[in-house]
Design a protein around this ligand. Structure first.
Ligand SMILES: [Zn+2]
Length: 172
């Protein structure tokens, strides 16, 4: 797996299953883990996460209110708390912080997407799952339908427009 920027956003958007993310995170060196957590907390602030996102994020991450990152995020002053969460050192805490920050990003970025991106946007990370356009179907294929599009991944992309020629039924 490559770029943490892409992986972290894919995890927050549920384009990649969380167990895969945890496996990826566990495979990083301590230094790389810290880098990933700092990057994540930066994304959360960019996505305008607020202290009110705490409880929902704790729930989504499956943490208890007594877990250190959950305690920290419940103390207000989110930007400061995110910094503290990102710099927790013990391995267990780091893993919990990772799960929590992914959830915070999911909540805050999901909200931003809903409010501001429904008509399309310039956020590169909101177009992660849009595949390249499919090749045109071969002529005289008997009108067979193309492959189905994956559901739920198109919100930020421009709507797919068919040309008149593609829509109009072919006469024999
Ligand atoms: Zn967007």
């Amino acid at each position: 797996m490559a770029d943490p920027y892409i992986i972290l956003n894919e995890l927050a958007q549920e384009l990649r299953p969380m167990p895969q993310g945890i496996e990826w995170f566990e495979g990083l060196s301590a230094e790389e883990q810290s880098h990933a957590l700092r990057l994540l907390s930066h994304f959360c602030i960019q996505a305008r996460a607020t202290a009110e996102d705490g409880p929902e994020s704790i729930r989504r991450a499956g943490l208890r209110a007594t877990h250190t990152p959950a305690v920290l995020i419940s103390q207000g002053q989110l930007d400061q708390q995110l910094g503290k969460i990102a710099s927790l050192a013990p391995h267990d805490e780091r893993l919990k912080s990772f799960r929590l920050l992914i959830a915070v990003l999911a909540v805050a970025d999901g909200r931003r997407r809903e409010r501001f991106c429904s008509d399309g946007c310039g956020h590169a990370w909101h177009r992660l799952a849009v595949p390249p356009p499919p090749p045109p179907p071969p002529p005289a294929a008997g009108g067979a339908p193309g492959p189905p599009r994956p559901p739920g991944r198109w919100r930020c992309a421009a709507p797919l427009r068919l040309s008149r020629q593609q829509v109009r039924p072919r006469r024999p």
